[in-house]
Design a protein around this ligand. Structure first.
Ligand code: GSH
Length: 230
């Protein structure tokens, strides 16, 4: 079968976690990038703003995925959207991804669920005029809870290899869009309260396959949208 193709914007957002999972799992993917353009973060905001005509909506329609947000994954006959579905598919097919038990997967999924919650909040600040003051409050709430599952060394599920939980923490503590950008000058104070989470993000970033990915031109973890790059 041909390589999976991941369609996403030219920012970290919801796409980077899938790319990190592929790096850990040893999956080669093709990536198609679109200029970061959206008419809101929540379903309510998108419905209020009305239909968006853009490169990604046109491409989605051409793929038979009209009205679907990104990421979109195409692999052979499989064509899906929804980031959690895409992420889990990559976890399942990656030969090097840790073989997590149901309990370990449940922990991973909990991290992923919080990631989606705070993604919606922080993206809403960038896209729909949401209140940036809420981001450090909710980031602190999320990291307070997730830190209970973080050890002072190693990865959350106890493998030598990071799984979804560790990669979520890497993105939560290091991504520019939407977290660094919305925390702004308050980022240091916010993350400073969670040294174990920050250290886990750094451990995950230092894992060889991840470290290699972070050097890839298509890694957007710390980059602004292409239009804003020099
Ligand atoms: N619940 C969906 C949300 C998808 C979503 O809203 N994606 C954003 C980018 S992160 C998007 O494509 N926005 C533009 C649009 O919906 O056209 C998921 O987890 O994938």
């Amino acid at each position: 079968m041909s390589k999976p193709t991941l369609h996403y914007f030219d920012v970290s957002g919801r796409g980077e976690l899938s790319k990190l999972i592929c790096a850990v799992g040893g999956i080669e993917i093709d990536i198609v990038e679109y200029p970061f353009q959206a008419n809101g973060a929540s379903v309510a905001d998108k419905l209020k703003a009305g239909k968006l005509e853009s490169a990604h909506t046109t491409a989605a329609t051409k793929m038979g995925m009209e009205g679907c947000g990104l990421p979109i994954l195409v692999h052979g006959d499989l064509k899906i959207c929804q980031s959690a579905a895409v992420q889990d598919y990559f976890c399942a097919i990656g030969p090097n991804y840790p073989k997590v038990t149901p309990a370990q997967k449940a922990v991973d999924d909990m991290f992923e669920g919080y990631f989606e919650d705070i993604m919606g909040l922080a993206a809403g600040v960038i896209l729909s005029g949401g209140d940036a003051a809420n981001v450090p409050i909710f980031m602190s709430k999320v990291l307070t809870h997730l830190s209970k599952y973080i050890n002072s060394d190693g990865f959350v599920n106890g493998y030598d290899t990071p799984s979804k939980a560790d990669l979520v923490i890497l993105v939560l503590t290091q991504a520019l869009i939407p977290f660094g950008a919305t925390l702004g000058e308050g980022a240091e104070a916010c993350y400073g309260k969670f040294p174990e989470a920050v250290a886990l993000g750094e451990r995950a970033a230092a894992y060889p396959a991840v470290a290699e990915w972070l050097k890839n031109d298509l890694c957007n973890l710390k980059k602004p949208p292409k239009a804003a790059r020099e």
